[in-house]
Ligand binder design. Structure first.
Ligand code: PMP
Length: 390
């Protein structure tokens, strides 16, 4: 049977591998050598790891020695949230589950967000005021809504209190400028596979002079901060992807054009659709759209059969479609939250793919959302957060 064309709109779950990353991985796979060995093969492996470390550091305006390679953003987040840094942990209500779990802190205080999906700074300042030395975690851009967060403003509040700020930037590189110093981040998380590197790669960048407790012990790798033989090929791919993601401006401009086009067509085809965060600053590649009366779970399957890969709110641990904690924190009605689809794309997404997505939308969504008319409450709610088609 001939394989029909696929159209990938789930880049926030995993972005396609960049060609530069593929090349670097394949080249590294062809060589033996443990990066800790002193012989020539070992030194060659070490050179690949250190080249990648420099590339990852340059991506976020850090120094190479501040970069700790991890198995991904999940591990980096847990490594970051170390009680050696302070006495109380605060995280925004829309963080990734790996942050909300609190790392090695026994208790976690959640900081609320506004209906637009942005951290409520005043509430955050009030909550933090009660701690002696707060450790605070705020993402740079939300993975479900794409909404960017007031990291710099929060950094000033946290530092005035003598605290430490961790920033989960997993969704940002390749889409936004990320400069650790400009952001005021003391610790910063990156995920390799969200920026076109291989899965199972990531990094925690730790500002010089800040001591974190290792999570994985039993070896001196990563300056005693993460034990275990380095995955040289994957790290080389992560480095190459990071170098490529530094020049993101052209991609970002294109993505905004595609985003505007997709949103305009969706609004025309489904006037009741609600684009979450449409009125505030967002990632250029992310659209979260709720359609009253539709089941996202059913819609994802229908789109998949039509050759379109999409997700509902959070798809990181796929297979489960449960109500999104992000949409609950924003205050979206539960039924509306269960109707939300996430469309996320990349610099490589073509006009043809967008056309296929929109054709499928026009064909599928009116009937998928017809079965269950929206309630008065949903209509009121959508009025509160929607930017109308007009
Ligand atoms: N943080 C955010 C904001 C994410 O979107 C994700 C992945 N969905 C993660 C952390 C976890 O990343 P990884 O898959 O690299 O562990």
């Amino acid at each position: 049977m001939e394989q029909s064309a696929r159209n990938y709109f789930d880049c926030n779950a995993t972005a396609p591998l960049r060609p530069e990353a593929r090349e670097a991985i394949l080249a590294a796979l062809g060589r033996p050598g443990n990066a800790s060995s002193v012989h020539g093969e070992g030194r060659a492996a070490r050179a690949l790891v250190e080249k990648a470390r420099g590339e990852v550091a340059a991506l976020v305006g850090a120094e190479a020695r501040e970069v700790i390679f991890t198995s991904g953003a999940t591990e980096a987040n847990i490594l970051a949230l170390s009680p050696s840094l302070g006495d109380a942990l605060f995280v925004s209500a829309i963080e990734h589950p790996s942050v909300r779990a609190g790392g090695r802190f026994a208790t976690v205080t959640e900081l609320p967000v506004t209906p637009a999906g942005i951290l409520d700074l005043a509430a955050a300042e009030q909550a933090i005021a009660r701690a002696q030395k707060p450790v605070v975690s705020l993402m740079l851009a939300n993975n479900e809504t794409g909404v960017t967060q007031p990291v710099r403003e929060l950094a000033d509040v946290v530092h005035a209190k003598g605290g430490v700020l961790h920033v989960d930037a997993a969704q940002a590189p390749g889409r936004l400028a990320v400069d650790m110093k400009a952001l005021g981040a003391d610790l910063l998380t990156i995920s390799g596979h969200k920026l076109g590197g291989p899965q199972g790669t990531g990094a925690l960048v730790v500002r010089n002079g800040l001591a974190i407790e290792p999570l994985i012990r039993g070896g001196g790798q990563e300056r005693n901060r993460r034990a275990g033989t380095e995955n040289v090929a994957a790290i080389a791919g992560f480095g190459a992807a990071s170098a490529s993601a530094r020049s993101f401006e052209t991609d970002a401009k294109r993505m905004i054009i595609l985003r505007n086009r997709i949103e305009a067509d969706i609004r025309a085809a489904t006037p009741r659709a609600i684009i979450v965060g449409a009125e505030v600053a967002r990632l250029p590649n992310t659209i979260l759209v709720a359609v009253p009366g539709m089941s996202a779970e059913t819609a994802i399957i229908a789109f998949d059969l039509a050759g379109i890969a999409l997700s509902s709110g959070a798809a990181c641990s796929s297979g489960k479609v449960s109500a999104s904690h992000v949409l609950a924190a924003i205050g979206l009605d539960e039924n509306l939250a269960k109707s939300a689809l996430r469309i996320s794309f990349g610099g490589e997404t073509t006009e043809n793919e967008v056309e296929s997505l929109l054709n499928a939308w026009r064909k599928l969504v009116p009937s998928l959302s017809k079965a269950r008319p929206d309630t008065a409450e949903q209509r009121a709610r959508s009025g509160a957060i929607a930017v109308s088609a007009a």
